[in-house]
Ligand binder design. Structure first.
Ligand code: IVH
Length: 693
C-alpha cells in the first residue's frame, strides 16, 4: 500500500470511495447484525487512513464520508426513568363468572344498579412502554420496570416507525402515551429463520423476541428488528381532553398512534361474554399474539372514583384465555424446603412446549394433592400453564401408568437437614422443625432477602447465593454487607474451611469487574426504604403489600419493632388488611431472639429510611387514623375508605386511643359511642368530604 503523500489525486479519490464502502460495511456488521466482520484494530486502521487522506486532500471529502458519521453510542447499561405515575398491572380472571363478580364489585363500590359501559380490548402479549411528549415532541421512553422505575429506552422506541415523533397541534403540552410493543407473528418467524441461518439466538416466542429486540443497548439492533405498537392508555397528562376511554382512542388516532381495531364498547356481561368468545375464535388468525381481553370502565369519572388497589386498578381487569395443556412424563418428584420450613413437592417433567413456553417443572402443592390425584414417578400427566402462572399438573393418564409404579411416599423428615418434618392439625403444609440449623431455610431466607421486591441486589441471584452459602461466605443477611470488607482483608484471616479462599476475584466465573459490580450493587442498598426492609425480613405471611401497610402505619422501623416486642397489638389489628392470624405471625417473629439479633446486626450495617406518607401531605387527613361507622349517604364504605387512603389517612376497623377521627353515617352504633367516651373527634360525612376537596 502506498504512503499517503505518494497518492495522486485520482488515487486518493478512489481510495476514499473504497474506504467509505468498507467502513460502512463494517459498521453495518457491528451495529446492525451484532456480528463484527473485522477486528477493532483493523477498523481503527481504516478510519485512520481515511482521516489522513482527507487531511491531505480536503476537497475530496465525500458526502458519505465515514468521518462525518458519529458512531452510534453503545451504552453499557440502561439509564433509569422514574415514572411520574406508576405503570400498574391488571388483576387476572379466567372465567365469565369471575368477570361477573368483577362487574358486580364495580357496581357495589359505586353503589349503582345501572349498567356500566366497558371498553374491551385484546390483551396484547408484548411489553408495555411509556412514551413522553413535551410540546408535541417525543422526548423520552421507558419500559415498565417494576412499575415505579423503568429503563430508559428512548433511543430504541425512536426506531419504531409506528411511534409518532411529533404530535399535531392541539395535543396536550405534556402527554405520556402508554401501550404495548410487540413483534408480529410473521416478523418473529422471519427473524428466527434469519437467526437460524446465521447461527444466532433463536427466540421461544414473539414476546421474548420483542423483549430481546427492545431492550438492546445498541438501538441500531432494535432498528433492524421489526417491532410494532398498540397504544391503549396514558400516564401524565397536562390537560385531559377526554371523558371516556373511547374518546381517548379517538384522540390517539388523531395524534397518529396505532389503536387496535378490535377495541369495542360492551354494555353488559352478556355482551362482554359474546365478545370474548369471538376474540378467542379469531385469536389464531390474528397477525399478533394476544393472551386475553382487557375490560376497562369506559367513563373516566367513574375510573377516578374507583381508583386503585395496591398494584392494580379497581376499574379494569384482564380476562385471560383458558390455560394451555400438554401431555408429558413425571421424571422425578422432589421435595423442596422453603424459607419458613414448608415442604413443597415439585415434579420434574420431561421438557414440553406448552403454548409456546418450555416447561420442565410443575408444582404439586402439598402432600394431600399428591395423594388425592395419586401422582407417581413415571406417570404420564396433563400439564397446564395459564399466563405467567407456575405450571400445574391437572391429572394422571391412568391408562398409560407403568405396571411397576408405586405411590409416592411423602417424607416425614426434612430432605435437607434430616430434622423431623411435622404437620400441625388442620394444616395442609408439613414443615421442617430444624429452624436455624436447617441450611435450606437459611439459604431460602437469603434468597428472599436479596430478591427484587426486597433488597434487589443485582449480581446476587439464586445461583450465587447457593454457591456463597455452600462455601460459608454468606450465612446470614448481615454477611452481605461485610462481604467487601472481608474480601479486602488478608486472605488467611478469612480462609474458609476446605482451603477455599474468600477472595472472590479468584473464584470461577468471577473477575475484578464483576466483583466490583457486586460490591457496588450491595453498597447501593445500604440505605433502604422501610417497606422493602420489612418485606425482606421474610416474616411469615407478610408480602410486599402488607409490608407497605405496616410502613404506612408505623412510619419508622423502631416504632414497629418496639410495639411488637411489647406485644402491643391494638394498633396492628386495627389496620384494615391485617387479620388476627397475620398479627400473630408478626408478633411471633419479633418474639424470637434470633430474628432480633439478625435485625440488630443488619442495622449496624445499613440505614432504614423512615416512611413518609407520600400521598397528599398537606391534606387534613394526612397521617391521621380514621374509622368509619354507620351508613354513608354519598358513597359506599369501600369508596370512602379508598378516598381517605388517597388523602393519606390510615383506615382502622375499630376505635381506640390511636384513632384521630370517627366518621359517622346514619345508624351509627357502638363505635360512635366509644369515640365519645374516648374523646375522639367525630366527623359527619359532609365534614369528611370537605377534607378531601
Ligand atoms: S391497560 C392500569 N390495556 O397487560 C392499566 N394493558 O397485566 C394498565 N396489556 O402491563 C394496563 N394489552 O403490558 C392494558 N389493552 C391493554 C393491554 C394491556 C396488554 C398488558 C400491559 C400490562 C399488562 C397488565
Amino acid at each position: 500500500m502506498k504512503e499517503i503523500h505518494e497518492l495522486s489525486k485520482i488515487e486518493a479519490a478512489t481510495e476514499l470511495a473504497k474506504l467509505a464502502n468498507l467502513i460502512a460495511k463494517a459498521d453495518n456488521a457491528y451495529y446492525q447484525n451484532d456480528a463484527p466482520e473485522i477486528t477493532d484494530a483493523e477498523y481503527d486502521r481504516l478510519k485512520h487512513r481515511n482521516a489522513a487522506i482527507e487531511a491531505l486532500f480536503p476537497d475530496l471529502v465525500r458526502a458519505d464520508s465515514p468521518s462525518k458519521r458519529v458512531g452510534a453510542t453503545v451504552q453499557s447499561k440502561f439509564n433509569k426513568i422514574e415514572h411520574r405515575f406508576p405503570m400498574l398491572s391488571l388483576g387476572d380472571v379466567f372465567s365469565i363468572d369471575e368477570v361477573d363478580d368483577f362487574v358486580l364489585g364495580v357496581k357495589r363500590f359505586l353503589n349503582t344498579a345501572e349498567n356500566i359501559a366497558f371498553m374491551t380490548e385484546p390483551k396484547i402479549d408484548g411489553l408495555s412502554f411509556s412514551a413522553r411528549y413535551e410540546n408535541g415532541k417525543f422526548v423520552s421512553g421507558a419500559t415498565r420496570g417494576d412499575g415505579v422505575i423503568g429503563e430508559d429506552i428512548t433511543a430504541n422506541l425512536r426506531t419504531i416507525k409506528q411511534l409518532p415523533l411529533q404530535l399535531p397541534q392541539g395535543a396536550p403540552q405534556i402527554l405520556e402515551v402508554r401501550g404495548e410493543v410487540y413483534m408480529a407473528k410473521d416478523d418473529f418467524f422471519a427473524l428466527n429463520k434469519k437467526n437460524t441461518a446465521e447461527k444466532k439466538k433463536i427466540f421461544a416466542n414473539p414476546r421474548n423476541a420483542a423483549a430481546g429486540s427492545l431492550r438492546q443497548l445498541n438501538p441500531n439492533i432494535t432498528a433492524e428488528r421489526k417491532l410494532s405498537i398498540w397504544a391503549y392508555t396514558w400516564g401524565e397528562v397536562s390537560e385531559s381532553q377526554w371523558q371516556t376511554q373511547e374518546e381517548f382512542f379517538i384522540k390517539l388516532q388523531q395524534w397518529g398512534f396505532p389503536v387496535n381495531p378490535l377495541n369495542k364498547i360492551c354494555s353488559n356481561v352478556a355482551e362482554i361474554e359474546e365478545n370474548f368468545k369471538h376474540i378467542m375464535e379469531i385469536r389464531a388468525d390474528l397477525p399478533y399474539d394476544i393472551d386475553g381481553v382487557v375490560y376497562k370502565v369506559n367513563s373516566i369519572t367513574l375510573q377516578n372514583r374507583l381508583g386503585f388497589l395496591t398494584r392494580t386498578p379497581r376499574w379494569a381487569i384482564a380476562h385471560k384465555f383458558p390455560a394451555e395443556q400438554a401431555l408429558t412424563k413425571i421424571e422425578n418428584i422432589r421435595v423442596q424446603v422453603g424459607r419458613t420450613g414448608a415442604l413443597t413437592p415439585v415434579a420434574d417433567l420431561e421438557s414440553i412446549n406448552v403454548g409456546g413456553v418450555m416447561v420442565s417443572h410443575a408444582t404439586l402443592h402439598n402432600e394431600d394433592e399428591i395423594k388425592r390425584k395419586d401422582f407417581r414417578i413415571g406417570d404420564m400427566v396433563v400439564v397446564q400453564r395459564a399466563g405467567d402462572v407456575i405450571p400445574q399438573l391437572v391429572e394422571v393418564r391412568l391408562d398409560k401408568r407403568p405396571a411397576d409404579s408405586v405411590p409416592f411416599v411423602f417424607p416425614d423428615r426434612c430432605p435437607e437437614c434430616g430434622a423431623h418434618a411435622i404437620r400441625e392439625e388442620n394444616e395442609a403444609i408439613r414443615r421442617c422443625t430444624g429452624g436455624l440449623t436447617c441450611p435450606a431455610q437459611a439459604k431460602e431466607r437469603l434468597k428472599h432477602f436479596v430478591s427484587k421486591e426486597a433488597f434487589d441486589i443485582v449480581g446476587l441471584g439464586d445461583k450465587v447465593v447457593e454457591e456463597f452459602f455452600a462455601d460459608g461466605i454468606l450465612r446470614s443477611p448481615a454477611d452481605i454487607f461485610t462481604l467487601e470488607e472481608r474480601n479486602n482483608a488478608a486472605d488467611d484471616l478469612f480462609a474458609l474451611t476446605d482451603n477455599k479462599s474468600l477472595h472472590l476475584e479468584s473464584r470461577n466465573g468471577w473477575g475484578t469487574l464483576s466483583v466490583k459490580n457486586l460490591f457496588n450493587a450491595i453498597n447501593a442498598r445500604r440505605t433502604i426504604s422501610l417497606p422493602r426492609f420489612i418485606y425482606a425480613l421474610g416474616i411469615p405471611q407478610v408480602g410486599s403489600a402488607t409490608a407497605l401497610l405496616l410502613a404506612k402505619n408505623y412510619n419508622t422501623f423502631d416504632a414497629l419493632q418496639s410495639d411488637m416486642i411489647a406485644k402491643e397489638t391494638a394498633k396492628l389489628v386495627s389496620i384494615d388488611g391485617i387479620g388476627a392470624e397475620m398479627a400473630t405471625d408478626i408478633v411471633e417473629f419479633f418474639g424470637e431472639e434470633h430474628n432480633l439479633s439478625v435485625i440488630e446486626q443488619l442495622r449496624r450495617q445499613i440505614k432504614v429510611e423512615d416512611f413518609i406518607n407520600e400521598e397528599i401531605n398537606d391534606s387534613q387527613l394526612s397521617g391521621k387514623t380514621v374509622v368509619f361507622t354507620g351508613t354513608l349517604e354519598k358513597m359506599t364504605r369501600l369508596e370512602a375508605k379508598a378516598l381517605a387512603q388517597k388523602f393519606g389517612a390510615k383506615v382502622a376497623g375499630s376505635v381506640s386511643s390511636h384513632t384521630d377521627y370517627v366518621i359517622v353515617g346514619t345508624e351509627a352504633g357502638s363505635k360512635a359511642k366509644k369515640a365519645t367516651e374516648l374523646g375522639v373527634k367525630i366527623l359527619s360525612e359532609e365534614e369528611f368530604m370537605e377534607m378531601t376537596k
